[in-house]
Design a protein around this ligand. Structure first.
Ligand code: UTP
Length: 408
């Protein structure tokens, strides 16, 4: 383990010596804990403080999506192809549930939120129900990998246990933790959560494959011959998970990845949009989409950049292994970060006060050899819960679930 001198040397390299300011005031166990955290923390992310994202620039052009009409025409064929692969055990699913869900303002993991009205309908329960509609149909369970973070792992696993995994067999559920990175003020100075602990936050939803690897779960996938992974967010309570039609379309086209997309609700909707960047499939974030691009029309007079991503992707495991050691862009996100001040007093800010550093799964699309944008009906597959009320909220998700005949 690091000595104080070794820790100081590492901190000096990144201009973070203040991390040891309280070292003289804490007991031996706390000193050890702090030195261990300094040793294991990757401070190199802090070299990015002054830019929004270090994503590559390129020439943006519209991309052609496989649209609903065409999908409907070939649905039976796609369904059969996808179901076959599922029955052969080739598909796994990855639930990204390591986020902090700060906008929802709920203290527990987001998946534990109860959206029921006359009965309990937990978000995790909804997702498992969706998955089970496919596994029942195919007569085959799908291995489900659930990403948590240090902040919500114990609560998440206990909740699944308490509810008997909502009927899903435990040998098919595998929890793994994502990595944490330090959080800083706007000048890139690491915040302290307590006198002996650096404030950290989950490293975004883009590091999931390397975290799966660190947890030894890629070996399990190889053992089980899992060739495809459907990666999805915890907060979309309407999405189809392990959708055989989606898988069938990706397989049929010979793609190595696919992304579910919906037509945007308005040109300025805050969703990432599928496009071509330097002739390669990519996703532009809403804040990167210029007014000019937003207003561009295709030959039918429709918005040319009209396909928003809903965080539901298919990736080939072989391709994921190929890109695993490639560097992913880092995004700098403004957030509220609780911390102690120089006097050691705890501060729980009401407004954003610094930066978190995140890798995003959407950047994986650009790293893939190709990607099929696959359109789904917005009102049938997109009900994200980001906020309590208003846009993308518990209220809007409830309304959409009811519209789809779901009893709450
Ligand atoms: P969001 O971008 O909505 O982030 O996550 P969030 O942290 O959950 O919510 P806010 O911004 O604090 O309100 C989209 C998906 O990515 C997962 C989330 O759990 C959600 O499924 N995610 C996000 C992770 O798994 N890890 C992360 O570090 C961030």
């Amino acid at each position: 383990m690091y000595s104080r001198e070794e820790a100081l040397k590492k901190l000096k390299k990144y201009g973070q010596e203040h991390v040891l300011d309280f070292y003289g005031d804490i007991d031996e166990d706390k000193r050890k804990a702090l030195l261990a955290q300094i040793e294991e923390t990757d401070f190199s992310v802090l070299e990015h403080t002054y830019c929004e994202s270090d994503k590559k620039e390129g020439v943006i052009e519209p991309i052609k999506a496989l649209q609903i009409k065409e999908i409907e025409e070939k649905k039976a064929y796609f369904l059969q192809k996808g179901s076959e692969a599922i029955k052969e055990g080739k598909l796994g699913a990855v639930l990204l549930a390591g986020g902090m869900g700060t906008r929802l303002g709920f203290d527990e993991p987001k998946g534990m939120f109860d959206i029921g009205i006359t009965r309990h309908v937990y978000i995790f329960m909804r997702l498992i129900e969706n998955l089970m509609s496919v596994t029942d149909e195919c007569g085959k369970f799908i291995h489900l990998f659930v990403m948590t973070s240090e902040k919500n792992h114990d609560d998440t696993t206990a909740f699944f246990k308490e509810h008997d995994n909502f009927g899903y067999p435990s040998e098919y559920i595998h929890f793994f933790k994502q990595e944490m990175v330090p959080a800083t003020d706007y000048e890139g100075k690491v915040y302290m959560e307590s006198p002996y602990r650096i404030a950290t936050s989950p490293n975004g939803n883009g590091g999931w494959f390397s975290s799966l690897n660190s947890a030894g779960l890629i070996d399990l996938m190889d053992e089980k011959d899992i060739e495809w992974l459907n990666v999805f967010a915890v907060d979309n309570v309407l999405q189809k998970i392990a959708d055989p039609v989606f898988l069938g379309a990706v397989l049929d086209g010979g793609y190595v990845s696919g992304s579910k997309v919906v037509k945007k609700a308005s040109p300025d909707e805050k969703v990432g949009v599928m496009c071509l960047k330097d002739s390669h499939p990519s996703i532009v974030e809403y804040y990167e989409l210029t007014e000019e691009l937003m207003d561009t029309k295709d030959s039918f007079g429709d918005p040319a950049y009209n396909f928003g991503v809903i965080l539901n992707y298919l990736f080939s495991v072989r391709e994921l292994k190929r890109i695993m050691n490639e560097k992913m862009p880092l995004h700098i996100v403004e957030k509220k970060i609780p911390h102690i001040d120089e006097k050691g007093e705890y501060i729980d800010p009401k407004e954003p006060n610094g930066h978190k550093y995140e890798k995003l799964v959407l950047d994986m699309v650009e790293m893939m050899t190709d990607c099929l944008p696959f359109e789904v009906e917005r009102d049938k597959e997109f009900a994200p819960i980001k906020n309590r009320t208003g846009k993308d909220s518990v209220d809007t998700a409830r309304a959409l679930l009811e519209k789809n005949g779901y009893k709450l």
